[in-house]
Design a protein around this ligand. Sequence first.
Ligand SMILES: [Zn+2]
Length: 155
Amino acid sequence: MAECGVCGADEAIGTAEVEGARIAVCRRCSRFGGKLELFQAYAPQFRQFAPRQKTPKAEYELVEDYAARIAKAREAKGWTRKELAAKVAMHENDINSFEQNRVKPLEAQARKLEYALDVKLLSPKVAEDSTRPAAALPAAAVGEPTLADYLKKKY
Ligand SMILES: [Zn+2]
């Protein structure tokens, strides 16, 4: 790691603008500069947040009959595979593969196709996480009978 460019004593944690120049600063000197940008190693909060955000993020999966849906929607629009390929910036061979159920479009490709064809290809994955809070609700409601039980015992 670099040394602080201001005091030269401590290890720099990032760079900051000091008098118009971007220089490495330590934790203490970072207060004197502007637009502090932490080095990756010193920004642990970002690394912690990244995996946590992945869990609640809605995941999508392709509908089972994506091949038929693409073909049907394309034909309804009166487009050839080549025309569709051009509209979604893909190769005609890709469209062939999708429609023949040989290759699954990636999520980004599916979204382009959804948009161009006005068809639904992705459905939210029912994540195990999203069912857990719902399952926890009845358990929380059990708290009331517990109080009643307590009163029954008391009197
Ligand atoms: Zn310093």
